[in-house]
Write a protein that binds this ligand. Sequence first.
Ligand code: MG
Length: 159
Amino acid sequence: MTVRVGIGFDIHRLIEGRKLVLGGVEIPYLKGLFGHSDGDVLIHAICDSLLGAIGGTDIGKLFPNTDPRYEGISSIKLLEKVRDLVEKRGFKINNVDSTVVADEPHLEPFKPKMSAIIAQTLKIDEDCVNIKATTNEGLGEIGKKEAIAAFAVASLEKK
Ligand code: MG
């Protein structure tokens, strides 16, 4: 049995006039994440962790931000495409762990729904998707509520 791991990181700017979508869940907040897609920084980090584990590509290469097909797209759709690629390469997803770094809004109430959506999209059990949230203690752009970042790690197994 071959076990592979991959890491993903992403950061997006928070701006006014955008919906905030994190982990596939729309969260009421005065700002949203800027991006070519819906800007879902958590899903982007998870996509990159999965792509990292299978090797050879990343989210920027697969879904270029110059491609009009991906403009305003739900990042869950991108995650579906990544899952299909993982399956096509003969891998099974063991688990995904992640951390969102945001000083605002408070994400705790939304975590169960995010895990459920991600697990459903990846066709794995909910307890195989972990989402943690932390603040940046008021430091830097994240501390000033000008950005949200996310880290993710995925473990895969060659079928
Ligand atoms: Mg991104």
